[in-house]
Design a protein around this ligand. Sequence first.
Ligand SMILES: Nc1ncnc2c1ncn2[C@@H]1O[C@H](COP(=O)(O)OP(=O)(O)O)[C@@H](O)[C@H]1O
Ligand SMILES: [Mg+2]
Length: 339
Amino acid sequence: MTRTDKNPESGRPVAVSVRGLVKHFGETKALDGVDLDVHEGTVLGVLGPNGAGKTTLVRCLSTLITPDAGQAVVAGYDVVRQPRQLRRVIGLTGQYASVDEKLSGRENLYLIGRLLDLSRKEARSRADALLERFSLTDAATRPARTYSGGMRRRLDLAASMIGRPHVLYLDEPTTGLDPRTRNEVWAEVTHMVREGVTVLLTTQYMEEAEQLASELTVIDRGRVIANGGIDELKAKVGGRTLRIRPADPLQLHPLAQALEQHRPGGPVPAVPTESGEVLVPIVSDDQLTAVVAEVTARGVTIGSISVELPSLDEVFLSLTGEKASAPQQAAPELEEVAV
Ligand SMILES: Nc1ncnc2c1ncn2[C@@H]1O[C@H](COP(=O)(O)OP(=O)(O)O)[C@@H](O)[C@H]1O
Ligand SMILES: [Mg+2]
């Protein structure tokens, strides 16, 4: 699949370039020829279910493991040939907390600074600046084990920022977190990107990708099954689906036709179903508003209306024609729509 020029981010220089990356563990093809690009100053979401190969990808790009084949260049350095230089320009926050629980927040950050060859003085001032930046100054001297989940994750993020990374890998940064802590992490990531960091974020959650990423690479069983701008992909997989049931069943087909022809808010592939609803893939809130306005303007009385969010399963189903290898969420969520 190729990227299109519709996405403005794709014009920026490439900070991470991966071509044909392969990593097998015995029979398991963890990475089976992965291609992707992360553009400078943007967030690429790497979306995939458990076992898709996300952590293997991050480990290859961090020089923690060596790929079997293919090429990966990060900030101009080749992962295989220039691992030492490459390590200096990356930061990594793994799926599991990497801080030492017995040490205080300040000690953790100081230690990492020293490991990265900062002088004592530099390590101290960098630790203090990051504690301040991630709102941990008050807790700086407490052991990390006394921190809340959100504070731990902030400490993790602070730790990954010590070396002023050019490129930051976030491997499932919010899996297993409660919604409030997840929001905190999202806010911090957004802040870091505004400060100019390039981020490769892996996630199992469509919602997280939508919140943070401008571009998306969907992987399954070690292979890329889709990539491109988020809006573009959402349009391709349907994003949300608006379901409109006209109160009068005779209006079903005329309504679908009218929506297709009038194209409120962009192309509208409006599909009438046997159960008497028109299904409209929605790519933006503006389009949602435009379609609803169009229905109302045509004097169609609405019997029921709902917006359905795709589950990751459905996204996979629509992209691959087969079920994701590990089933994710259960039923799709329904959102009420005020008309
Ligand atoms: N060190 C390893 N040894 C053997 N198999 C592994 C190893 N690391 C990962 N795998 C396998 O590779 C596949 C991809 O794993 P992983 O990259 O951890 O996926 P994800 O992070 O997307 O959940 C899985 O089938 C996993 O069991
Ligand atoms: Mg993983």
